[in-house]
Design a protein around this ligand. Structure first.
Ligand code: IFM
Length: 664
């Protein structure tokens, strides 16, 4: 691989000046602990624009207009002003050296910069021990012409990214107000501020310490995002406690591919590391880009339920609980979304944030990509199956099944002529399908959702309304299930065969998404997929397919898939593993593990890290390569199928709530 990154088993390094200064590196060297996230810009002080810093805290959204929020770009607690030889560093063009290296085991980022004839070493961490703490240490030879200043920067603003993937951001919005700094004694200072509508108020406290040791000027700074008392806190102690906590987490999280190349092992660890860095500490969800970027206004999508939860079910029960409970506690909000669309029951929003309302502002996606409600029900059923849940929680989940089932019954249209239920004006996971009829994925997931409601009723967890049992059963029998005899498998939707048959290899020459070249209006008329749809259904409900039908689905849909969503490669890897297509699986898995590390889709710099895709990649490893069951109706399998260059695998897996180490 012609790589921008130097890989070691436990670290990544970028030392090419132009790459290390690129926005892609700010995403790659993101530091987080699930509660706080720091996008790693270089310390250019006044050279940084209002929107360039990127400090985020889980669940901190503010309204940017009526009903619509953005994830707040918070004040920067480490506004470093470095000077050497009489100049302040404000631009990358002043640098003669820039090397950045992230230690994945300890969660410590080291940056070495040279300008004005002097060299500075910067060490940073976001604590895994106390998630409200982050720290930075700068050291340089103590020449008289160097100085290090460090304060708060509350001069920050948001640039809400449009939902439309092709529209670039222009609007700058200030979401911070009433910022005031107060300095106390012994290098302690604090910054108090609120978000513009008063939704959140914060006090950040900070402790700076400067000293010279053996001719080296050292500046250390710790911040507490909750205004904690730092008077007795020591930088090294906090850094080491964080590293210890993270290292012990790794003992349960590491997946060692013995015999794999160093870069592959490192890429796998980088993916796991990001799922640690972005795992919430309370009952909220994970944004599509985690805490690494404000893309999609920081919103939560089905990505979390379908592509991240399965990983946490194996890796960390408490995170799985947070994700599941976020959906359960937002049932009322989902009821309101449904009522606003004149349907019954509960409909989960395509994009959600602060109050569980719909945050997607485009009609076709926001109103029509409705499979998310069934995805949530599916995810909760996986969660219920994985753990011994208390009766109350099972009842709350059953309520979600019943309410989402009611939504489906009112959203489908009954045709008395054909005695069947159709879903019209719908968009499936393949977002290039336009707004279509009877997307097979959505219809089958809705059936599963209604079945879950009936089962919960049979178990005595909920009571259905009078006549509802009969209506639900009738629905299950009569929902239209698109199928093509010609293709010999499930058909993506009613429109699929009307679309223009094109040769994808002529349209697409690189990994850059097609929507940069062709308008969506064109793409929706072509028989080209953005990401798996029927094939995803095969993952979620394999019993709907015979082996031959699954094979034919692969032949038809994989060949036409442009992989223009970052979710597509890892999902194809997992599907290929399930179908025993190891060569293809390996090809896709490899790409997906390196997606952000090598900026393969050329959007990591502008969007941050693709956390959903990372979850799906780990699913492909754990549930595909290593053979865990993925779906509702499959039993756990344990025969791993390994690519050629991997000889042994040891991994952690969950059995009756316990992790065991296993060597194959
Ligand atoms: O949820 C995804 C969707 O499937 C494809 N576009 C991006 C979204 C957020 O990751």
């Amino acid at each position: 691989m012609n790589s921008k990154v130097k890989y070691d088993s436990w670290s990544i390094t970028v030392d090419d000046l132009s790459y290390a200064c690129d926005k892609w590196a700010s995403a790659l060297f993101f530091l987080g602990n699930g509660h706080a996230g720091i996008r790693n810009h270089l310390p250019l002080s006044s050279g940084l624009g209002l929107t360039e810093r990127g400090i985020f805290i889980e669940g901190v959204f503010e309204y940017i207009r009526r009903g619509i929020t953005d994830m707040v770009n918070l004040p920067d607690p480490f506004d470093l002003k470095l000077s050497a030889g009489g100049t302040i560093l404000t631009s990358c063009s002043q640098l003669s050296l820039c090397s950045r290296s992230l230690d994945l085991r300890k969660g410590i980022l080291t940056t070495v910069l040279a300008f004005g004839g002097r060299e500075f070493r910067i060490e940073q961490f976001a604590s895994h021990h106390d998630r409200n703490i982050a720290g930075i240490r700068v050291s340089t030879a103590a020449f008289p012409d160097v100085s290090i200043e460090d304060s708060f920067c509350a001069d920050v603003a948001n640039m809400p990214v449009s939902d439309d993937q092709k529209t670039s951001n222009e609007e700058v919005i200030t979401l911070i107000k009433d910022a005031s700094v107060s300095c106390e004694k012994d290098g302690i200072m604090s910054l108090s501020f609120s978000t513009v509508c008063g939704t959140h108020s914060f006090t950040f406290t900070k402790k700076n310490r400067d000293y010279i040791c053996d001719g080296t000027l050292i500046h250390e700074s710790l911040v507490s995002f909750c205004g904690g008392d730092l008077s007795c806190a020591d930088y090294e102690e906090e850094r080491d406690k964080s590293a210890e906590t993270l290292s012990s987490l790794w003992q349960r999280r590491d997946i060692l591919l013995e015999g794999a190349s160093i870069s592959l092992q490192c890429a796998l660890r980088f993916n796991i590391f990001q799922l640690i860095q972005n795992a919430p500490s309370c009952d909220i969800s994970i944004g599509a880009r985690g805490l690494t970027h404000g893309r999609y206004k920081g919103c939560y999508f089905w990505d979390t339920d379908v592509f991240l939860l399965p990983y946490y079910l194996l890796a960390d029960r408490s995170v799985a609980e947070h994700l599941a409970r976020y959906r359960i506690r937002n049932l009322d909000a989902a009821r309101r979304v449904s009522a606003s669309l004149n349907t019954r029951g509960a409909r989960y929003p395509w994009m959600a944030s602060l109050d569980g309302s719909e945050q997607c502002e485009s009609w076709d996606t926001g109103k029509c990509e409705m499979h998310i409600s069934a995805d949530v029900a599916w995810a909760l059923s996986r969660y219920d199956a994985a753990f011994d849940l208390a009766e109350d929680e099972r009842r709350a989940i059953a309520e979600v099944y019943a309410e989402t089932a009611r939504f489906w019954l009112s959203r489908f249209t009954y045709s008395s002529e054909r005695d069947c239920y159709d879903l019209i004006f719908v968009k499936g996971p393949d977002e290039y399908c336009g707004v279509t009829s009877n997307n097979a994925y959505t219809n089958h997931m809705a059936i599963l959702n209604v079945r879950l409601a009936l089962k919960a009723c049979d178990e005595g967890l909920i009571r259905l309304e009078d006549g509802e049992r009969e209506k639900f059963s009738d629905f299950i029998l009569k929902v239209r299930r698109p199928y093509s005899d010609r293709l010999g498998t499930i058909l993506e939707d009613d429109n699929y065969l009307n679309l223009e048959d094109v040769d994808l290899s002529v349209l697409k020459g690189s990994d850059k998404p097609l929507y940069w070249t062709y308008d969506y209006d064109t793409l929706q008329r072509l028989r080209v997929l953005k990401q798996p749809d029927v094939l995803l259904l095969y993952l979620m409900q394999p019993s709907l397919f015979t082996v031959q039908e699954a094979e034919r689905a692969w032949d038809e849909y994989e060949a036409r898939c442009a992989h223009d969503s970052t979710l597509s490669w890892p999902l194809h890897a997992l599907i290929a593993y399930k179908l025993g297509k190891e060569e293809e699986a390996w090809k896709y898995l490899y790409k997906s593990l390196f997606l952000d590390l090598e900026n393969l889709m050329q959007n990591t710099h502008s969007e941050g890290l693709h956390i959903g895709a990372m979850g799906a990649s780990l699913e492909a490893v754990l549930y595909g390569m290593l053979g865990h069951a993925f779906s509702c109706d499959e039993k756990v399998g344990t025969s791993p199928q390994l690519p050629d260059d991997v000889s042994h695998v040891s991994y952690c897996f969950l059995e009756k709530g316990e992790f065991r180490r296993r060597r194959v």
